[in-house]
Design a binder for this molecule. Sequence first.
Ligand SMILES: [Zn+2]
Length: 158
Amino acid sequence: MTQSCKHCHAVYEDGADCESCFHALLAYENERPAAFGAVHHITVASYYLQHPAGYTHEALDHWREVIGRALAGASIRDLREFSGKTFEGSKRVREPGATPPAWWPVSWPLAIQSVFVPDSIPEVDDYVDRAREWARATIRAIDTAASTSDTPRRAARR
Ligand SMILES: [Zn+2]
């Protein structure tokens, strides 16, 4: 039976809901340092950007920036440092009841199911390629939505 995610609207088969995929993906990365090192920051950021309910706008901006930097070649150490700086002190990631900006995309060209489904064991290289493609598509969808909205916002800046 197919169902669809109430957050990102991905259509999936039983057992391959986004959250199950995400947990399986994290387990896969944890067992494979090469995959973790190559794409961990962007898979986590892409997942949150497609499931933004309950996160602050500041956190959403941060994850967009993480993907941009990662795709431009930033190392995992740089990304960790960057995330540490953003979220130190009083800045919060979660905010109960928070909703994304009104212009935020409600559907996505690629969903997590295109990267990982439970019980699949992809080759690391294939996995890394798919993860990058997912992140690129996610950022492109957000940038497009931001540029066609008339609300002034940080996202419109280049
Ligand atoms: Zn979803």
